[in-house]
Design a protein around this ligand. Structure first.
Ligand code: ZN
Length: 136
């Protein structure tokens, strides 16, 4: 199981999904993790409270890129409320607390053993949260 999870992180870290710019974005935000040098920008189209389309760009370590890629895959087509629930569950997982099933995002659970990398794993999440709160 652990190997499978590692493969998922390597795969998404090397070939991120939903990577690129989104000219039609209604919301966007850029986040930076100075501890590691990760830089991520998220663009999304919000339609009737639903994340209709979403992309990210930037440069970061394998963990931050994989987390952004897996996050975007998970929230595309979901409501803002569903994203907030996912956000809470993801943080609970990294704190070692009980949480809802996170599907593929569970691959990042191992990060909780490395406190320095938690900011890498949560960067895209905080960036998306800020993007949703703030119109372009
Ligand atoms: Zn990083």
């Amino acid at each position: 199981m652990m190997d499978l999870y590692q493969e998922l992180i390597v795969d998404h870290g090397q070939r991120p999904r939903n990577f690129g710019l989104l000219a039609s974005a209604t919301h966007s935000n850029r986040g930076h993790n100075p501890l590691c040098g990760d830089d991520v920008e998220i663009f999304l189209v919000l339609k009737d409270g639903v994340i209709d389309d979403i992309r990210f760009s930037g440069k970061g370590c394998a963990i931050s890129t994989a987390s952004a890629s897996l996050l975007l895959e998970a929230v595309k087509g979901k409501s803002v409320t569903e994203f907030e629930q996912l956000f809470n569950s993801f943080h609970a997982m990294l704190l070692g607390e009980s949480h809802d099933d996170l599907g593929k995002l569970g691959a990042l659970e191992g990060v909780k053993e490395y406190p320095m990398r938690i900011k890498c794993a949560t960067l895209a999440w905080h960036t998306l949260k800020a993007a949703l709160e703030d119109k372009k």
